[in-house]
Ligand binder design. Structure first.
Ligand SMILES: [Zn+2]
Length: 297
């Protein structure tokens, strides 16, 4: 899944000798300290963000490595001259129980880049949008794959707020500087490509009725899955499989609707074998010839 987050430029200035060496490992030409401007940024941390997601702390070192060599572009323009910055070093920093990826990037001074540097110095290009691809999102409540377990980000379950934990870093993308004017307007936020929830989009595009209908259907789907789970548990208990109810419930909570349906029909078959249903009324074959002849004139 594609992940996009906003962050901030933290500091800037002239590179140290060690930094310059790392920069020259990335740069094609040999650059001098005077030719480059260095700044650092906090790429992402392991805290729950406004999307109700957080990066797995254990995934940060791998993700940090993926960001090395990635370029920074201005306002999502993909022309080569807008690729002004490049990350040359990253590290995972632990601060007050929070782990985050700190990155150092450089900009080659001169021409168009000087405007960007001036903007960073002035705090105008303070915000940075970063993107990456993560292989898995896991539910913080049950540990199942997020999106299949029925728990919803931001909702409360027995006092714990559900969040999606992003694991298995796959790729890191270019980052982009975003000019942040004193007054933020919706246009800038949209350009960030920030992830917005379906409800907000439905409101913006006048699709509330459709959204509500879909929401209702989804709720019904979840209720159906719950009923299926209950039925599977009931069948298992009736068949005395020797599995305790809490264990059954735990197993069932991890299954999707399709698996539950398969389980239910398999258990029902077993039920019918063990306790065949006896029909109260005689079948057609059981009727004697004499009975039918009663109606013959
Ligand atoms: Zn869950």
């Amino acid at each position: 899944m594609q992940i996009k987050k906003e962050t901030e430029v933290a500091c800037g200035g002239v590179p140290t000798a060690v930094q310059l060496e790392a920069i020259n490992a990335q740069a094609k030409g040999k650059l001098t300290a005077e030719q480059v401007y260095v700044f650092c940024l906090r790429l992402c941390d392991d805290q729950v963000d406004r999307d109700g997601e957080r990066f797995d702390t254990a995934a940060l070192p791998e993700l940090a490595k993926l960001f090395i060599g990635k370029t920074g572009i201005v306002d999502h323009k993909w022309s080569s001259d807008s690729q002004v910055a490049r990350i040359f070093a990253t590290e995972v920093v632990k601060d007050n129980g929070i782990s985050y990826i700190k990155a150092w990037a450089y900009i080659r001074r001169g021409g168009h880049a000087d405007e960007v540097i001036a903007d960073i110095e002035a705090g105008i290009k303070k915000e940075v949008s970063v993107g990456c691809a993560m292989g898995r999102a896991v539910c913080s409540i049950c540990g199942g794959e997020y999106g299949t377990c029925g728990h919803v980000k931001g909702e409360r379950y027995d006092g714990a707020v559900c969040s999606a934990i992003l694991k298995e870093p796959m790729d890191a993308y270019e980052f982009s500087f975003v000019a942040v004017p004193a007054q933020r307007d919706a246009g800038v936020l949209k350009a960030l490509g920030s992830r917005r929830c379906l409800k907000e989009l439905a409101e913006e595009f006048g699709a509330q009725a459709e959204y509500r209908a879909l929401y209702k259907q989804a709720q019904l789907g979840m209720q159906y899955q719950q009923l299926l789970g209950d039925e599977v548990v009931r069948l298992c208990l009736t068949l005395s499989l020797g599995i305790e109810e809490p264990v059954l419930r735990s197993i069932v909570s991890k299954l999707g609707a399709e698996d539950l349906m398969k389980m239910k029909s398999a258990l029902q078959e077993r039920m019918e074998e063990m306790y065949p249903v006896k029909c109260q009324l005689p079948g057609a074959g059981a009727l004697g010839d004499g009975m039918e002849s009663d109606f013959l004139i």
